[in-house]
Design a protein around this ligand. Structure first.
Ligand code: C2O
Length: 474
């Protein structure tokens, strides 16, 4: 008899009860299940289903995704524990991405699990959508926010299952900073998403976390957690942009506990996952991906289509083709449209949350004429009270004009279960070309929050930090 069950806690119990027992069956053990199990698994050797940019996606395919998500939502209304329902899907993210604190045992953010876990999560969800649509060639859309700086129209159509979410999205385009684009710096501008410039996956010490592509090991004997380069920005700011801010709360995407209720979550993470594929194209990058047993054999648990728990190991996520999908393009994006850049300049700016006069130390100690590279660092940062996305600007101290200067980086604080978890007590931003453009060692640094909704007319609290300094990179 089909038990009507709307209670989350009993769904958790059954998940735990199934954990372990089912895994050994082999039928859906690990990601082989994504290929082989069920009517709409992908046969090895067959053409892979292709994840497409939502703005150019085949309309028939997109309509199938939309209908499948609609069905998933209806299934959950009838029975919250339906394994093919949207509630079970969204709850998986709440369980692992909103686990208490940055160091919580189940936590998959702020560490090396960020990319592999979300990859496995998307693949499992995609597999459910594929089955409900009855189309073995179906794949998730992704949102290429480097190019399309607004919520894609298909996610905003009233009445669509893709628009059915709580959002307080501000009425503006995503800024260059939010999508990690640095037009003033040719080397980084070429990458489109500057995070792709990270040369290694794994951080070996706390100070490295913010500049590596993948994160730091968990657990680690330093007790260190934090946002990797990609997880920090662009990942966080796009959560905040879509969810927005409404008083003390934001929309679904503004809190990791509710984020995956919004179908756009899967298109945002699809694009991040695509960036991982782009980064992986360089064999030198791939070589830096962790190869230890700790990493490779680490199990992620998911609810499979039949309600049983499957175990996906981190190593099974390294080859996307084994998870049954490919991307339509491994090119980041063309240059952003000029219109987008212009319109953001016209928007009124919010009052700064930090401002400091800083000296760039003299470029001593090299003497070989090579230009030195500098980073700007903000140390001793305390978690902001509210969702915030802010851009850091620099300009010569002699410039008393009304503009903040050159944008050198953007960071964000996103909620986790109602409060801000912000493990990065230090933020570091590459100054690179900016030092040449400024032509002075006496600068002013300004941190300016971005509007996240109508409520942002209310000023943000000042950023609490210990120091802002510029230091030469080793
Ligand atoms: Cu687990 Cu973008 O969040």
């Amino acid at each position: 008899m089909d038990q009507h069950d709307d209670d989350f806690s009993s769904s958790r119990r059954s998940l735990l009860k199934n954990g372990g027992a089912v895994i050994a069956s082999g039928a859906v053990a690990g990601m082989a299940g994504l290929w082989q199990a069920g009517a709409h698994g992908v046969t090895p050797g067959a053409t892979l289903p292709v994840r497409q940019d939502i703005d150019s996606m085949d309309p028939g395919k997109l309509a199938k995704v939309e209908a499948a998500i609609k069905e998933m939502k209806e299934r959950s209304k009838k029975k919250a524990t339906d394994p093919k329902g949207w509630t079970v899907v969204a709850k998986a993210h709440a369980d692992f991405c909103a686990a208490p604190g940055p160091s919580g045992e189940k936590q998959v953010h702020f560490c090396w699990w960020f990319l592999p876990w979300h990859r496995a999560y998307l693949a499992v969800t995609e597999r459910k959508i594929r089955e409900l649509a009855g189309d073995a060639t179906l794949a998730l859309p992704y949102w290429n926010w480097s190019q399309n700086r607004r919520i894609p129209a298909r996610f905003a159509k009233p009445g669509s299952s893709l628009a059915d979410a709580v959002r307080f999205t501000p009425d503006r385009d995503l800024t260059d900073g939010e999508v990690d684009y640095f037009p003033f710096d040719p080397a980084r501008a070429k990458l489109r998403v500057a995070a792709l410039g990270a040369t290694k996956y794994l951080a070996e010490k706390k100070a490295e976390i913010g500049s590596v592509f993948g994160g730091i090991a968990r657990p680690n004997n330093l007790g260190a957690y934090g946002n990797s380069r990609l997880e920090g920005t662009p990942h966080g700011p796009i959560h905040n942009y879509v969810g927005g801010r409404n008083g003390s709360r934001g929309g679904d995407m503004s809190d990791f506990e509710t984020a995956a209720r919004d179908p756009i979550f899967f298109a945002h993470h699809g694009n991040l996952d695509r960036l991982w594929e782009i980064w992986r194209q360089d064999p030198a990058h791939r070589k830096t991906e962790p190869d230890t047993k700790d990493f490779r054999q680490h199990p992620f648990l998911f609810t499979w289509l039949d309600g049983k728990t499957i175990e996906v190991h981190a190593e099974e996520t390294l080859d996307a083709s084994k998870l049954g999908y490919a991307y339509d393009s491994l090119v980041v994006a063309g240059p952003p449209q000029v219109a987008a850049v212009e319109s953001q300049e016209k928007k009124p700016r919010l009052p700064a949350i930090a401002s400091a006069r800083v000296k760039i130390p003299p470029a001593a100690g090299r003497g070989d004429g090579t230009p030195r590279k500098y980073s700007l660092r903000i140390d001793g940062i305390q978690a902001p009270a509210d969702n915030v996305t802010a851009t850091v600007y620099v300009k010569p101290a002699s410039d008393t004009g009304d503009h903040p200067g050159i944008a050198i980086g953007t960071f964000s604080a996103v909620r986790t279960g109602g409060r801000i978890v912000f493990p990065d007590t230090t933020l570091k931003f590459e100054l690179s070309q900016a030092t040449a453009l400024l032509r002075t060692s006496d600068i002013v640094v300004t941190v300016v929050p971005l509007a996240l909704g109508a409520e942002d007319k209310r000023p943000h609290a000042p950023l609490r930090y210990k120091s802002i300094t510029v230091e030469p990179d080793e």
